[in-house]
Design a protein around this ligand. Structure first.
Ligand SMILES: *Cc1c(COP(=O)(O)O)cnc(C)c1O
Length: 477
């Protein structure tokens, strides 16, 4: 087993030799884990051989099903290492809003966290039992709340206003577990848009604002049906200690509420998700065990069995289990810079293109036959197909020289990338495939997760059935 994936560079521009590999653990088939990027080499080769990637289909997303199962096991084992604490692990649907992926996670024993009517529908279609679904979102309509309460899914109110609506709408017999989201205001991380616990975050009840804590305690004292506290302190760019401190603050509030009420009013704490992902190398860092250790250090009482715990991880479960493959359509030179024009741009790697410093991705280079590109490196830009100048997924990266017909692979894109495409330029949603098996031993098999969007579908989504609506509206001729 080697780590000679010479076609991989870390986002910093370092060469493949310095990309750390962590061949720890075993795959679901029991074989030793190859370094992840090398493990995907076989999938890339087969995808090209089978035509899942090629001239006809120049971009697609791929998800390692064995890897997903391993990641769920790692999460469950990390929390199960503290015996006596009941935990419902839910998957944050927005990280991979694809029905087959959600059903896979249900099959792995997970619940589902949803934050919109669409995500709730996907979770129900995927087969999650209502009591294993949690609805969070900062702008739930009355209709949405009514449906959630009728189904019996758990709901976390985001504000005192939403709490009042739930109070109006819930029937005494509702089986929904009801909670309130708080913002412990412990501060943000390195990515502003990913920091949910800043002083002015839009999420939850801001605990450190004057009078807010007392108001929250009173809200629980007055409502015997309000039994859960929720905090999601994250995510990418936030240090583990900061996240753990936010959860510890939530735990202390639960203790204060129960003391003040003189009963076990709060029976569950939903600690959210938000574990950051290492986009610079193969190593899974921080691990779920690191997070559990940080939580135990910050709030030992959280694990003594008095509270049911709910988790809502997304990125940390899927990011490293997926990749995007894209064909190089052309190469060119501009101002002395080599540019590879590929089919992976803002439509499939939106965050990376719009915020390149916050979301750098590792890039792998493969030949036209899908084998790892083994050529001398040169500095190149990897650009996408969108018509705006910033549509570049990797700037000035040292990579084996790309040629027309080669493939680039964007690693660590199993969450929030190919599952969440952007319709810019009327580019179709790319196909997504799951795979299992390989590279050593078990045969590699693919299964379709989402078909590539057809041009008929693109036209329909763009108002085709209302084509005459504006010319027929009247007005001046
Ligand atoms: C997005 C989100 C999550 C998942 O966050 P990750 O960083 O993907 O783990 C969990 N809970 C809530 C409320 C969220 O908004």
């Amino acid at each position: 087993m080697t780590s000679t994936n010479s076609g991989v560079t870390a986002p910093s521009g370092t060469t493949a030799n310095s990309v750390s590999t962590a061949p720890s653990g075993t795959t679901a088939t029991g074989s030793p884990c190859a370094p992840r990027t090398a493990r995907f080499d076989g999938a890339v080769r087969r995808a090209v051989a089978d035509g899942l990637l090629g001239e006809q289909q120049p971009v697609a997303g791929f998800l390692d099903v064995d890897g997903v199962r391993d990641s769920v096991t790692a999460l469950m084992d990390a929390f199960a290492a503290v015996p006596g604490t009941p935990v419902l692990h839910t998957f944050a649907a927005k990280a991979a809003s694809l029905v087959p992926v959600l059903r896979l996670l249900a099959d792995c024993g997970m619940g589902c966290e949803v934050a919109s009517p669409g995500e709730l529908r996907l979770a129900v279609e995927a087969g999650f039992a209502p009591e294993r679904i949690v609805l969070d979102s900062p702008a739930k309509t009355r209709e949405e709340l009514r449906l959630a309460l009728a189904l019996g899914v758990a709901v976390n109110a985001d504000s005192p206003g939403e709490l009042r609506r739930i109070e109006e709408l819930r029937s005494p017999g509702s089986s929904s577990v009801l909670g309130l989201r708080v913002n412990p205001q412990v501060g943000g991380g390195s990515i502003g848009a990913m920091s949910t616990a800043t002083a002015t975050s839009k999420f939850g009840v801001a605990l450190r604002d004057p009078g807010a804590r007392e108001q929250v305690v009173r809200a629980f004292a007055e409502r015997s049906w309000l039994t859960r506290l929720h905090a999601h302190v994250g995510s990418q760019g936030c240090p583990l200690e900061l996240i753990a401190e936010g959860i510890a603050e939530t735990y202390r509030l639960a203790e204060e509420i129960n003391e003040s009420v003189g009963a076990r009013r709060i029976t569950g704490i939903d600690i959210g998700g938000g574990l950051p992902v290492n986009f610079a190398g193969d190593e899974v860092r921080p691990a779920f065990t690191d997070y559990v250790a940080a939580l135990r250090a910050a709030a030992p009482g959280l694990f003594d069995g008095r509270y049911d715990l709910v988790t809502e991880f997304g990125r940390s479960l899927l990011a490293k289990n997926g990749f995007i493959g894209a064909r190089v359509e052309y190469t060119k030179e501009a101002g002395g810079r080599r540019i590879a024009l590929t089919h992976a741009g803002a439509q499939i790697a939106t965050r990376t293109v719009l915020m390149p410093d916050a979301w750098p991705l590792r890039v792998g280079v493969f030949d036209a036959d899908g084998s790892p590109g083994e050529r001398p490196p040169m500095v190149q830009d990897i650009a996408g197909p969108c018509c705006f100048a910033g549509d570049v997924v990797a700037h000035g990266r040292e990579l084996p020289e790309l040629r027309e017909g080669d493939y680039v692979v964007l690693y660590d894109t199993g969450a929030y990338y190919f599952s969440t495409p952007w319709a810019y330029n009327s580019l179709p949603r790319p196909a997504v495939y799951g795979f299992s098996g390989g590279p050593d031993g078990a045969a590699l098999r693919f299964a379709p997760v989402r078909d590539a969007q057809s041009l008929d579908s693109v036209a329909l989504e763009s108002g085709l059935e209302h084509a005459d609506a504006l010319t027929g509206l009247g007005g001046r001729r």
